[in-house]
Design a binder for this molecule. Structure first.
Ligand code: ARG
Length: 461
């Protein structure tokens, strides 16, 4: 059978290889639910404006619902010559309804249809990702009270920098994921625009009501320019970018916890249900899930790049190139969704290795900056204080002791102004207690933030 999109203008069938080359049913079948939703809204609108009778629209709706069930149950047969999901559903409709089915495509084209389907799909996908992000945030926030007693070194340049309560780390990830959510919700506004009814490129002379379709589909607006919207894939690219940034955030977390779970760090024990073994080394408990979360980020970046290159230099409006938008979009979505689904239980199930963290905490001079700030408050200019504490650290390093173990004589060798009050500043606990600024690692600040996050994540928040 030749493709239903080949009108009477053709007197030759398509080359076999063309069908295989141009089909998209193998990947766009996952739009079926959205295609059917869009078609039902279109049919209802056609009835509203008198192009279809109410009975015809009802027949179409019922037949489309039955087709949807066939898809749901995996019974719907795919035929390559039918090219894509839109043609498959329409021909199944025509098979069932004959001429009534042949009326559905009035006032629309596959160009606006595919755009609508993709917008509906992306809208759902965004909502799903936002929920999953909330789940990961909840897992981080859920740890905060229990981990408040643990002080961790914060790093810059992967060198020990300053002490922080462990929840300060957890909330750092919550903040990143919150920006991801806000990016998704912002993108959603541009996704949620009705393109149905712009037909192929210039609109239609059929008396359709685009506002009516938009309302039925829950779109917040109707696209004002038919050329623009039928060529537009910005929304899909934006969504893929937002997903890619989520993957980047998760890969930072994954990298950090991979390091933290090593014998060298010994900060965290990963939940065993999310680790794998080695086929040769019996002692291994490997962080493969975290490594793959880090690794999937490469796929996301690749997918985003594919989309950006795909639209580069495309003339207006619809070009078949755009069919290639779906595999990377779906792949990036699937990858990031899977990462988020695994991240939440891993975050919740990991255990901080308190003894090991505590043992090493006085190493690395986490209190040096606080000492410098104490001296600044004593009236010593910052640059001088910075130099002076550097000299103290040098002295302590040469004896391989923490700053708190320098003798008063050693302190005063560096600067006469130093006195015994300094011991009350030194040590990680004191250094932590000294923080005061908003957004800092000050335990009270962190507790306030934990409370704010709990409120934000609570169902009523
Ligand atoms: N399978 C096509 C796609 O995904 C649907 C639109 C086809 N339109 C056309 N004029 N050939 O982009």
């Amino acid at each position: 059978m030749s493709s239903p999109s080949r009108s009477g203008v053709f007197d030759q069938a398509a080359d076999d290889r063309v069908e295989q080359f141009t089909e998209s049913i193998s990947f766009d079948h996952r739009l079926y639910r959205h295609d059917i939703t869009g078609s039902i809204a279109h049919a209802q609108m056609l009835a509203q404006v008198g192009v279809l009778t109410a009975a015809e629209s009802l027949q179409i709706e019922e037949a489309l619902r039955a087709i949807e069930v066939e898809f749901d149950e995996g019974r719907f047969p795919f035929r390559r010559e039918l090219e894509d999901v839109h043609m498959h559903i329409e021909s199944a409709l025509i098979e069932r309804l004959g001429d009534v089915g042949r009326k559905l495509h009035t006032g629309r084209s596959r160009n606006d249809q595919v755009s609508t389907d993709l917008r509906l799909w992306t809208r759902d996908a965004i909502d799903e990702i936002v929920l999953l992000l909330r789940g990961v945030q909840a897992a981080f926030v859920g740890r905060c009270d229990a981990d408040m007693d643990v002080v961790l070194p914060a790093y810059t340049h992967m060198q020990r920098a300053q002490p922080v309560p462990a929840p300060h780390y957890w909330l750092a990830y919550c903040e990143k994921l919150e920006r991801d959510i806000s990016r998704l919700l912002d993108c959603r506004r541009r996704v949620n625009v009705c393109s149905l009814g712009v037909a192929a490129v210039a609109g239609t002379s059929i008396a359709i009501d685009r506002e009516d379709v938009a309302k039925r589909l829950g779109f917040e607006g109707v696209a004002a320019n038919s050329i623009d919207v039928s060529s537009d894939r910005d929304f899909a690219i934006e969504f893929t970018f937002a997903l890619t940034l989520i993957a980047e955030h998760l890969s930072t977390w994954a990298e950090e916890w991979i390091l933290w779970s090593t014998v060298e760090f010994g900060f965290i024990r990963l939940p065993q249900q999310f680790c794998t073994g080695s086929s040769i080394m019996p002692q291994k408990i490997n962080p493969d899930v975290l490594e793959l979360i880090r690794g999937k980020t490469a796929r996301a970046v690749g997918g985003l790049q594919t989309l950006l290159v795909l639209v580069k230099g495309l003339p207006l409006a619809y070009n078949r190139d755009l069919q290639e938008d779906k595999p990377p979009l779906f792949d990036v979505f699937d990858s990031v969704r899977a990462c988020l689904q695994l991240a939440a239980p891993m975050v919740a199930g990991a255990e901080l290795q308190r003894a090991r963290i505590g043992e090493g905490l006085e190493r690395g001079y986490l209190d040096a900056t606080t000492l410098m700030e104490f001296l600044i408050k004593e009236g010593i200019p910052q640059r001088t204080a910075h130099h002076l504490v550097g000299a103290l650290v040098g002295k302590a390093m040469s004896r391989n002791v923490p700053l708190a173990e320098l003798t008063l004589e050693e302190l005063q060798e560096v600067d006469q102004r130093l006195d015994a009050r300094i011991y009350a500043i030194l040590g990680v606990e004191n250094a932590l207690a000294a923080f005061t600024s908003y957004g800092s690692a000050a335990p009270q600040e962190v507790r306030n933030q934990v409370l704010a996050w709990k409120k934000r994540l609570s169902p009523r928040g």
